[in-house]
Design a protein around this ligand. Structure first.
Ligand SMILES: Nc1ncnc2c1ncn2[C@@H]1O[C@H](COP(=O)(O)OP(=O)(O)O)[C@@H](O)[C@H]1O
Ligand SMILES: [Mg+2]
Length: 158
């Protein structure tokens, strides 16, 4: 039996939204009582209409926002913020325009303190994995939307 990796326990997320015509703010419930387990090695896809709360759920898992109530456990420990144990690939790529594909993938490795040769090896490995070995020196504006997203995936994996 595989172990539970991620656990959402009665998670609720409310946002305060501006009242109409500058009136008092009101609470908007984006997620209500979400409980689910994700097991180690499991591949989960969230599908739902626009605005149903998919990104809000992922932001919470990434530690980019905190639940209004309930909690999210990662390996049994509550998530308190972002961490290198969770990679995020954003909808809008979030690549650095002044860095090549390879330099984008190397970004986190640089912060993690890897030496230049190691960074290059890891970056090349993951760019190869996403089918971009011939495009390592391209800047984001020289890549298609799908290629940019693959650079973001390679960076997250690296
Ligand atoms: N920062 C925010 N402030 C107010 N409302 C928000 C905020 N972020 C998301 N929402 C609202 O929460 C709901 C869920 O949004 P979201 O999770 O982005 O949906 P999805 O990713 O499924 O399209 C939407 O109604 C959206 O308007
Ligand atoms: Mg979304």
């Amino acid at each position: 039996m595989t172990t539970v990796k991620i656990r959402f326990e009665h998670v609720r997320k409310e946002f305060v939204v501006r009242g109409e015509g500058g009136g008092p703010g009101r609470h908007f419930t984006a997620l209500e009582d979400i409980t689910l387990d994700v097991r180690s090695g499991e591949f989960l896809a969230l599908v739902g209409p626009s605005g149903c709360g998919k990104s809000t759920l992922l932001d919470l898992l990434g530690g980019l926002t905190l639940p209004t109530s309930g909690r999210i456990l990662l390996d049994g420990r509550p998530i308190a913020g972002p961490g290198r144990d969770r990679g995020i690939v954003f909808q809008q790529y979030a690549l650095f325009p002044w860095r090549t594909a390879e330099q984008n993938v190397e970004f986190g490795l640089d912060i993690a303190g890897l030496k230049a040769k190691q960074r290059l090896d890891v970056a090349r490995h993951f760019l190869d994995l996403v089918g971009l070995s011939g495009f390592v020196d391209r800047y984001p504006h020289e890549l298609s939307g799908g290629m940019k997203q693959r650079v973001a995936i390679a960076r997250s994996l690296a």
